[in-house]
Design a protein around this ligand. Structure first.
Ligand SMILES: C[S@@+](CC[C@H](N)C(=O)[O-])C[C@H]1O[C@@H](n2cnc3c(N)ncnc32)[C@H](O)[C@@H]1O
Ligand code: SF4
Ligand code: SF4
Length: 300
């Protein structure tokens, strides 16, 4: 991360913590819900299969920037399926950087060639070793690893959603992150149990075991892009929700925190690590602030 970007984000953090400011800093634009996969844990793919047009995405990005958002995520559906008026996902990333967003990240299932050197991070979903990943995501593991190997840049961060199917496959993903060129780190989430995937939710004891596995791998030198200080809150779901500093834009509609905000009761069972990390940060949790500074400077 450039020093100027770091200073601007740090100033925002200070204003929020000291001055009680709570405007959004992190925004997500949903480019489409169209997807080439049908993962077992996912409730958001192919609901409309509409690819939102470039002018609409551009307006959404401008709106987010005007609101003060400086960390931008593009998400889907599958983001690499997005194309509109001759523009590609890469054009969107370049445009976002030109508009002044300080960090621009893309979330992808990794089944398309990875050519996004301008992105700060490509969050690439890998849900276990070959066996566990394929059990959730179909026969895609080898293709994804091939795409990672052939990526034009080393800005890949693995992204694992931990659920009942893959809860014992955390260590192999950490090892892959450590051993594979082009992969910078791995970031985790716990399954957030939408009504149609409740059966994949983890118990408190299972989440504690997962965090112990992650912590063990961190101690062994695995590059984990998460904050250990947030683990107890994630295990017990005691972090504040929703995240008031996070917004999502989907088909022209702005929601606080995630697109899941309207699902009754879901926030109490939220498994998204970023929600815990950001809400605790803005509450002024000193240990977490220190860990976040250290972690962001290391991996972005
Ligand atoms: C909805 S996908 C969209 C981007 C892309 N298609 C992908 O799979 O990375 C974004 C991320 O959300 C995760 N995810 C989907 N459903 C989830 C759930 N119920 N709880 C936690 N993470 C979930 C996916 O595993 C993926 O890492
Ligand atoms: S690839 Fe992403 S959007 Fe598609 S089904 Fe899987 S998790 Fe959902
Ligand atoms: S806190 Fe609620 S809205 Fe935010 S990501 Fe979690 S479940 Fe979704």
């Amino acid at each position: 991360m450039k020093l100027s970007a770091f200073c601007q984000l740090a100033a925002y953090g200070l204003k929020t913590i000291l001055g009680g400011k709570c405007g959004p800093i992190l925004g997500t634009v949903i480019l489409t819900d169209k997807c080439n996969l049908h993962c077992k844990h996912c409730s958001v793919n192919n609901l409309t299969a509409v690819i939102h047009p470039y002018p609409q995405i551009l307006v959404e990005m401008q709106q987010l920037y005007a609101m003060g958002v400086r960390i931008l995520f593009f998400c889907g559906g599958e983001t690499f399926l997005w194309q509109s008026q001759g523009k590609t996902l890469r054009d969107l990333v370049v445009k976002a950087k030109q508009m002044g967003f300080l960090i621009v990240n893309v979330v992808t299932n990794g089944t398309f060639p990875l050519q996004l050197p301008e992105a700060d991070l490509i969050l690439l979903s890998l849900d276990g070793d070959r066996q566990h990943h394929n059990a959730i995501r179909g026969d895609t593991y080898d293709l994804i690893m091939h795409n990672i190997q052939n990526s034009v840049s080393d800005n890949i961060c693995l992204y694992m959603a931990i659920n009942q199917i893959n809860k014992d496959a955390i260590k192999p993903v950490c090892q892959t992150a450590k051993d594979t060129p082009n992969i910078r780190a791995v970031s985790f989430n716990f399954h957030t149990p939408y009504p149609d995937t409740k059966q994949l939710a983890l118990s408190t004891a299972e989440k504690a075991k997962c965090c112990a596995d992650i912590a063990e791998m961190m101690a062994a030198g695995a590059p984990v892009f998460n904050l250990k200080s947030a683990f107890p809150y994630l295990i017990n779901n005691t972090f504040p929700t929703p995240c008031r500093q996070c917004v999502v834009m989907k088909n022209g509609r702005l929601s606080t925190c995630g697109r899941c905000i309207d699902v009754p009761g879901l926030c109490k069972q939220c498994g998204y690590f970023f929600v815990a990390e950001y809400t605790l940060l803005f509450q002024g949790n000193l240990r977490l602030i220190w860990e976040m500074l250290h972690t962001y400077l290391k991996y972005i």
